[in-house]
Design a protein around this ligand. Structure first.
Ligand code: GAP
Length: 472
């Protein structure tokens, strides 16, 4: 397992991810995606979008980020979307009370104090109210990591939604929220989409879009950020059919990660013991990050909670009318909800590797490789003239320009060829194409595959097919 710092440093050095507004010292919990990061994001989203909408029963939508504030009353977010927060009176540092306790448990386990760790874990599982967190923190002498004291405030609920105002007046009646999940944009459009797309239950609606949460604890790079992107799909089914669909979507979503090269030994299922207020069944797909296991996607059986509440709060009928069977009902919903940016971080960690290689002169060296699936690699191919003379740059340029019409390609003519390969390995480019002396007479190139480092000679007119065969 590689250190997260190593991966963050590569991500910055090669232009995947930068701190937001870095020149001003950065903004906590916000990140910018550089030239390679944005390509990777787009490929993740493109693959997800196609897997969802290139079928008969799923339609797409792109709802606005700002929604009518009643949306969040109906969904339960204004009342219930909060974390228990505690402040240290000396350092003024603020923590999520549950995280503070969890970290204390990890510390106890690292010191082999497993009995105490088990006791606290048991208490944590039985929390009923905020006061219970404080009791654990005080009873077990949990100290502030900043000041080292146990001078804690009460535990209070902290709503995670970002508030702003719509229009010129900053008053209570003009409050709106940046959406904390994209899902509600789907629920409120359920009738519009069912009717205009003439879909019949069961069918789904897919959306990719930004969501915002004023997270208290934003460490671990892209894992928990304040602005992030989600890929969500709500599948509307007849009540009673939800658990079969739940199993179906579990399989689909697991396979999606595998098809994109995720190492299955770094993935696992986690059942929700405590269900969210809207769910009757829920599981997460977790990935083993350098800091430990963490959720990358949730699959939730949300019952008719959302449609029922929107019907009640808006006064508009949200029922589905089944004209064939002469029935009306509020559909149940199975949701798949993945994070684009959290997924990107998982794919990056999954791809990172360092290996010792020996060159022709017997010199060993460390090769850093991002082993992305060719489907996800930000740059699909790189084109090199072996030397910058004898007509090689001209032929290399023409190969490059031609490939660029259908895929993302880089041209590199500087430095020794071995160095150029390494630069591409480090960003995960699966194919490097070299134009050499033989290319000029035989119309062929060498194509080197990133992981095996094996080279093949193929004719120029076969390059596109060669690459496409490996991607699709
Ligand atoms: N509509 C259901 C929903 O939003 P969630 O478990 O809160 O469920 C779903 O979020 C996914 O969104 C998570 O699995 C994660 O990938 C991503 N996500 C949630 N909060 C995030 C954050 N603060 N930063 C990055 N990604 C986040």
């Amino acid at each position: 397992m590689y250190k997260l710092e190593t991966i963050i440093s590569l991500a910055k050095r090669r232009g995947f991810v930068f701190q937001s507004s870095e020149i001003y010292g950065g903004l906590n919990g916000c990140w910018d995606y550089g030239p390679l990061g944005v390509e990777l994001l787009l490929k993740i989203k493109d693959s997800w979008w196609k897997s969802m909408t290139f079928r008969d029963d799923i339609e797409g939508v792109d709802a606005s980020i700002l929604m009518h504030p009643r949306t969040w009353d109906a969904s339960g977010h204004t009342k219930q979307f909060s974390d228990p927060m505690i402040d240290n009176k000396v350092s003024k540092a603020r923590f999520r009370a549950d995280n503070l306790i969890e970290e204390h448990i990890i510390k106890l386990r690292s010191k082999n104090k497993n009995d105490e760790a088990d006791t606290i874990e048991q208490k944590l599982a039985n929390i009923k109210e905020n006061n219970d967190y404080l009791t654990i923190i005080l009873d077990h002498g949990i100290k502030d990591p900043v000041s080292g004291t146990t001078e804690w405030t009460e535990v209070r609920n902290f709503n995670l939604m970002f508030k702003t105002f719509i229009g010129p007046l900053e008053e209570a009646s003009s409050v709106v929220y940046l959406r904390p999940e994209s899902a509600q944009g789907i629920f409120v459009n359920f009738k519009n989409i069912a009717e205009t797309a003439r879909q019949k239950v069961p069918f789904g609606i897919a959306q990719i879009g930004k969501a915002f949460r004023n997270e208290i604890n934003t460490k671990n790079f892209l894992f928990r950020t304040r602005e992030f992107e989600q890929m969500e799909m709500q599948y509307f089914v007849k009540p009673g059919a939800e658990l079969d669909w739940f199993d179906y979507w579990k399989k689909q979503r697991w396979q999606w990660y595998i098809d994109l090269g995720m190492d299955e030994s770094k993935m696992r299922w986690k059942n929700h013991d405590k269900l969210a207020h809207y769910a009757n069944h829920a599981v997460d797909i977790e990935f083993e990050f350098p800091f430990g296991w963490g959720e990358i996607e949730g699959i939730h059986s949300r019952t008719d909670f959302d449609l029922r509440n929107h019907q009640e709060f808006s006064g508009k009928k949200m029922e589905y009318v089944d004209a064939v069977n002469n029935e009306r009902y509020l559909p149940f919903v199975v949701e798949t909800s993945g994070g684009v940016s959290r997924g990107l971080m998982a794919f990056l960690c999954n791809a990172y590797s360092e290996e010792h290689v020996t060159d022709d002169n017997g010199k060993t060296d460390v090769r850093t490789v991002l082993r992305f699936s060719p489907k996800l690699a930000p740059i699909t191919a790189a084109v090199f003239p072996l030397v910058n003379k004898d007509g090689m740059p001209e032929l290399a340029q023409s190969v490059y320009q031609d490939l660029q019409k259908s895929m993302k390609v880089q041209y590199d003519s500087s430095g020794a060829i071995g160095r150029r390969y390494r630069r591409q390995d480090e960003i995960g480019t699966p194919f490097c194409i070299t134009i050499d002396g033989e290319s000029l007479t035989e119309n062929t190139v060498t194509i080197r595959e990133r992981d095996s480092m094996k080279q093949e000679r193929i004719s120029i007119d076969k390059i596109k097919n060669y690459i496409n065969d490996k991607i699709y």
